[in-house]
Design a protein around this ligand. Structure first.
Ligand SMILES: Nc1ncnc2c1ncn2[C@@H]1O[C@H](COP(=O)(O)OP(=O)(O)OP(=O)(O)O)[C@@H](O)[C@H]1O
Ligand code: SF4
Ligand SMILES: [Mg+2]
Length: 337
């Protein structure tokens, strides 16, 4: 079974997350918002999976549920082959430090009252690593690895620039040598000039420490630079899942193509950018009957309104490539390639 495969840092199968809402539906049941619906992915150790999609598509919720920071309503989560999704509260407290998060906003995610070294030390204390000399050794090693100077250990967050704060956040995330690091839009709050430095740092740290990343972004350019595999998420579902090369060679899903069309390219700077597709976005508190993209899809057929497409291997694709579209055969990678 994939979940017990220890070549993978993380294996998530059929994950669903429903947020409780106020009120009841017509049948009298509590209303819920299905933010993640039956999503599966596996991340081989030392690699990066990117989840890309518009705001509200469920990227953060899927990652937080995999880290057990948001309760999942269905599915399984295996971390290093262990059934992480089934751990009880006490076991989870001990295991929590095995997943760390690098947040979007380095201004609000660091405790302003702690010095930089203490910010990096904190996860080790939570993990019960109390050997002070060992903590100091790790802090020194990580300050160097993320490009901070030893004398900066005693400074407070407000004494650093945005990029330097994100370096502290990265050192903190690495301090427990986690099995998985979730990077949730880690550069979107930073100046453009600093973004590339931080992305390159994340890549070099991955090589140095054999890190596994779940990388969330709405920016396909960033995802192309960072990720080995890509999952395109829309309204709680994966629409397309493929290796980076197969995805960018022949993106098959109409939603993926709309996202790619919205990316400005160097040749297109003078031309007006096409807007992302019009059309109503489904209400996730209502049961979904068909393809969630049907209301915006230029290729929709009548069956798209009432049959949910399942992710299936795309014909004609090179390597691993899956699509959830009823028209995958006539508009997918085979047709475009
Ligand atoms: N605590 C919550 N209670 C109810 N609904 C929530 C909660 N958190 C998120 N949602 C809803 O769940 C859906 C997915 O949200 P999520 O934050 O996971 O999306 P996202 O893809 O990370 O978006 P963004 O790019 O804006 O960060 C959205 O419809 C959102 O409004
Ligand atoms: S299933 Fe239908 S509506 Fe959905 S993306 Fe494919 S063609 Fe468009
Ligand atoms: Mg988010």
């Amino acid at each position: 079974m994939a979940g017990q495969d220890s070549d993978h840092a993380l294996v998530v199968e059929n994950l669903s997350v429903a947020y409780p809402l106020k009120g009841r539906d017509r049948a009298g049941a509590r209303r819920r918002l299905l933010a993640v619906d039956d999503v599966s992915f596996a991340i081989p150790r030392g690699t990066t999976l990117g989840i890309v999609g518009e705001s509200g598509s469920g990227k953060t919720t899927a990652a937080m549920a995999a880290a057990r920071l948001v309760p999942h309503s269905g599915g399984t989560i295996h971390l290093d082959g262990e059934d992480f999704g089934a751990l009880d509260a006490a076991a989870l407290r001990r295991a929590r430090q095995r997943v760390q998060i690098i947040f979007q906003d380095p201004y609000s995610s660091l405790n302003p009252r702690l010095r930089a070294a203490e910010i990096v030390r904190e996860p080790m204390l939570y993990a019960g690593r109390t050997d002070r000399a060992e903590q100091e050794r790790i802090i020194d090693e990580l300050f160097e690895a993320v490009g901070l100077r030893p004398e900066q250990k005693s400074l407070f967050p407000h004494q650093f620039s945005g990029g330097q704060r994100q370096r502290i956040g990265i050192a903190r995330a690495l301090s427990t040598r986690p099995s998985l690091i979730i990077c949730d839009e880690p550069v979107s709050a930073l100046d453009v000039a600093v973004q590339a430095q931080i992305l390159n740092l994340l890549k070099s740290l991955q090589r140095q420490f054999d890190l596994t990343y779940l990388f969330i972004s709405h920016d396909l350019g960033v995802v192309q630079h960072m990720c080995d595999e890509i999952a395109v998420m829309y309204m709680g579902k994966f629409m397309e899942q493929a290796s980076r090369d197969s995805f960018f060679a022949a993106p098959g899903h109409p939603y993926s193509r709309a996202l790619l069309d919205a990316v400005p390219s160097i040749e297109a700077v003078d031309r007006p950018r096409p807007p992302l597709l019009d059309g109503a976005v489904p209400d996730l508190s209502e049961p979904q009957t068909g393809c969630r993209f049907a209301s915006r899809c230029p290729h929709a057929l009548p069956r798209c309104e009432n049959e949910v497409p399942v992710l299936a291997d795309a014909t004609g694709a090179e390597g691993h490539h899956r699509l959830a579209c009823h028209r995958a055969d006539d508009i997918g990678p085979a047709a475009s390639g």
